[in-house]
Structures are given as C-alpha cells and as structure tokens.
Design a binder for this molecule. Sequence first.
Ligand code: SF4
Length: 198
Amino acid sequence: MKFSWLNISVPFMNNGPPTITPVSVNWFPNRRCNYECHFCFHTSTNDFRLDLDKAKRALRMLADAGMKKLNISGGEPFLQPQYIGEVFKFCKEELHIESCSVVCNGSKVTEKWLDTYSQYLDIIAISCDSFDVETNMKQGRAEHGTSRTHIDTVFKVAQWAKERDIRVKINTVVTMCVCLLQLFGSPLTLTVIIGKKI
Ligand code: SF4
C-alpha cells in the first residue's frame, strides 16, 4: 500500500491488512535543535515540517491502526511549540490517545505553553547527561554549545511540570565522557574521549 500524500510505502500492507499494530509511535516532526550535543545523530538541518492538517490525518490513521501512545522527539520539539501543542490537543481530544509524551532539552519550555497545553501532555522527558556543568559542556549539551544554564533549566522545567501533574523523566545519554568522569573525576582524561558512545 502506498500513501501518495505522505510519499511513503508500507510493504507489510501490500498483501492485505497490516500485521503490525503501531501501539507506541515515536515521531520526529523536525530535526533542528538549538543544542550541539556531539553524539547527536540528528544531523539534518532542513526546515521541513509536515503540514498540521496532514499530520492530523496521519495521526488519525495511526490511531485507527491501534496507536495508544504518541511520543514527540526531535531535534528540539519546542522550537515549534504551538505545532506540538496542537498535535497533543488533537491526540487527546479527537483521538483519545492514552499517553502523550515529549522528549526535549528543556530550554524552550515555557510556563505559558504549559498553562495552555499541559492538560494534553502526560510525560515530559528532559535530556540531561550529568548534574555537573562541565560534563554537559563537554558533551555539547548546551544551547548553541556555549550556554551554561542547562542544569538550572532542567530543575526549573521539572518543577513547572510537577506543579501541573505532568510526569517527568530524565533522559541520559551514557557516553565515555559521563562514565569516566564518575569513575575518575578527571576532566583531563575526558578531553581524549569526548563524543564516543559506549
Ligand atoms: S538536545 Fe537532543 S536533539 Fe538536540 S543536539 Fe542534543 S541530542 Fe541532539
């Protein structure tokens, strides 16, 4: 089967009904990000974003096929705050999706957004590799690779979410940088192995 408007083919649907139920869907609406994590595999810098009406149509098809959970990731999803907010609203109000979640770096989350859309969001996952500023800097886990505010941001957004009954997760990318800092506590050692995933 081919969805021409999305320009994707679904091979397992060529000979009858789908054999896979997309219970949990992870969607990357766009890959742009304001952070510069060295290990990040989202190297695309294009600005493509599916039109909201088409996105809703695709989500409805996924819900019809069995979607119960939607997670939005990126890139940084909150570079398009209204877009993802409207997606979550649609998923809850129209599709009655059980769980809506987002993975973000926290830097663009605002209380205004949470006041508008928190009722449609179940879980917010914030990326943080360490509670040591220097480790995050070495990982590139920083706005434009230079800001030193990430840890404060994580705690601030976690508190805002908690106040609005949104569950909070911390997503950590475990690299040699993180591990060896904990093992040896030596930044000098780390400069050699920054960016290598284990
Ligand atoms: S915050 Fe996430 S999407 Fe952004 S550069 Fe880092 S790993 Fe990549």
